[in-house]
Design a protein around this ligand. Structure first.
Ligand SMILES: [Zn+2]
Ligand SMILES: [Zn+2]
Ligand SMILES: [Zn+2]
Length: 153
C-alpha cells in the first residue's frame, strides 16, 4: 500500500504543488481499495469538480503515483503505484491485475524510430489472459461434475 506521504513526496519531487483539491483527491485515492475508475473517484470526492478529477489523474500518472490499466473491454482503471515503469497482466476472467517490469523492447523501439523517423516518447503494453488461480478453479470445477463423454471427436 502506498501512503499518502509517499505520494506527496513523489509529487513534490516533480515540483508539483499540492493544491486543496489535489490533496483531497490523494486522500480519497488512498482510501479506495485496489483499482478505481475516474467515475468512482469523482463520486468519492463530490467536492471536487470532474474536470479537476480528470486533470489530477493525468498529473498523478505523469508523476508516477497512479498508473492506468486498460481492461480487456477497453475501459480504463487506475491504481496507486510506486514501482516505476511497469506494465500489467490482466486476468480476463476475475479481473485481477499484476504488475510486471522489465519490458525489454528498447531494441524494437530504436529500430522502429530508425525505420519510421519517429521520435518515440512513450509506449503502452498490457497483457491479457487467465491467471493461475482462475485456471486452477476452472480445472477443479471441470473435475467435479464428471459426465461421461459420448465419444471422441
Ligand atoms: Zn500499474
Ligand atoms: Zn483470474
Ligand atoms: Zn515498458
Amino acid at each position: 500500500m502506498v501512503s499518502t506521504i509517499a505520494m506527496e513526496r513523489n509529487l513534490e519531487r516533480m515540483g508539483r504543488r499540492l493544491t486543496g483539491p489535489r490533496r483531497e483527491l490523494l486522500s480519497v485515492i488512498s482510501g479506495l481499495e485496489g483499482h478505481f475508475s475516474a467515475e468512482e473517484l469523482a463520486s468519492a470526492a463530490p467536492g471536487v469538480g470532474r474536470a479537476t478529477v480528470f486533470r489530477t489523474l493525468r498529473l498523478l500518472q505523469d508523476a508516477g503515483v497512479v498508473c492506468q490499466v486498460v481492461r480487456p473491454d477497453g475501459t480504463l482503471e487506475y491504481r496507486l503505484t510506486a514501482v516505476g515503469h511497469h506494465h500489467h497482466l490482466v486476468c480476463a476472467e476475475c479481473g485481477s491485475v499484476d504488475d510486471f517490469s522489465g519490458c525489454d523492447i528498447s531494441d524494437l523501439l530504436s529500430e522502429l524510430a530508425l525505420r519510421t523517423g519517429y521520435e518515440v516518447s512513450a509506449h503502452r503494453l498490457e497483457v491479457y489472459g487467465r491467471c493461475a488461480a482462475c485456471q486452477a478453479r476452472g480445472e477443479a470445477s471441470a473435475r467435479t461434475p464428471r459426465r461421461p463423454k459420448a465419444g471422441r471427436e
